[in-house]
Design a binder for this molecule. Sequence first.
Ligand SMILES: Cc1cc2nc3c(=O)[nH]c(=O)nc-3n(C[C@H](O)[C@H](O)[C@H](O)COP(=O)(O)OP(=O)(O)OC[C@H]3O[C@@H](n4cnc5c(N)ncnc54)[C@H](O)[C@@H]3O)c2cc1C
Length: 327
Amino acid sequence: MKSVRVVIVGAGVIGFSTAVCISEALPFCSVTLMADKFSPDTTSDGAAGILFLHHIMQYDKVNILHGKICNDSFDHLLAIAQSQCQLILVPAVETPFWSEFVIGFRPMTDVELKRFPDHKFGQAFTTLKCECSTYLPWLEKRFRKAGGQVEQRKVNSLQELSNSFDIIVNCSGLGSKILVGDTQVYPVRGQVLKVEAPWVQHFIRDGDGKTYIYPGIRSVTIGGTRQEGDWRLQVDGGDTKGILERCSRLEPSLNKAKILSEWVGLRPSRKNPRVEREVVQLQGRPVPVVHNYGHGGWGVTLAWGTALDTLGLVKQSLHEMASQAKL
Ligand SMILES: Cc1cc2nc3c(=O)[nH]c(=O)nc-3n(C[C@H](O)[C@H](O)[C@H](O)COP(=O)(O)OP(=O)(O)OC[C@H]3O[C@@H](n4cnc5c(N)ncnc54)[C@H](O)[C@@H]3O)c2cc1C
């Protein structure tokens, strides 16, 4: 008999990674994942899914890079990945802090740099690309196999869940702004295009992170925009024009590529992701709530690592519940 009832809110890459970690590690718990949107309609579905981190983030006073989060995610995806791809980046001259977590980091050669006449420096490395439109259904299957249940439902407040569940895990991304009233969460709008350009073999990313070309399984994703505080989900014609111009400057052959689709997603941003535990009074009783949201433009990169940390926080809540039950 499963004794502890855990609910996870959110069906993006953070919610499903967390659900898999909890259901597999804690078979005595009954685990339900609840969300109003599922694949293919989440933000995660549209992410390019490149494993890469541009700046150091922190939670629990620990730098994410030093906290093994990136390495945990990288190792997990490397184990299930079909292929890796080479990324060419064109930023400043010094060695960046993330160079140790990607594979084969090196400065570009003069011959390679000749392809980018607007740039004086370049860096080349290999990383993974995880496309969530196939990864999320795979995670869902794994979650169900471990006994997890899935329910489509909008959660209007945590109170709604407190009678049916013993532990609430909040992976609602941008939804946390309303669900838990977090004023620090904000959208960073990203527009991308999918184009047909099978001859493009390497990832190319400009140093400011706003212009990138990421070849995928069926198409090449080109982008992008980073518009802070912008909630618009509709495609902007001006952005499309700008993306095509900037990407064609980096890779002129894209001029003849056919546009297959355009997409806008809102990165669930926060100064640092919130991965922490609290006890909230709901319907007159204390309920452990574990948060895992606010991963901004790096959710695919950080998902498995923060899911493992969230599992640790759920275990702490279980220990606390067990010792309180003994009193
Ligand atoms: C253009 C673009 C490119 C990107 N590229 C990359 C990249 O290359 N690499 C990378 O690592 N990251 C990238 N990202 C970032 C990545 O997409 C996000 O960090 C990640 O998707 C966040 O995942 P999530 O599960 O927190 O959020 P989401 O995918 O938005 O999922 C949130 C879930 O919570 C549910 N939810 C919310 N509120 C409620 C509620 N009240 N009740 C019920 N359910 C609720 C939603 O329905 C949904 O299921 C990119 C993002 C964009 C926009």
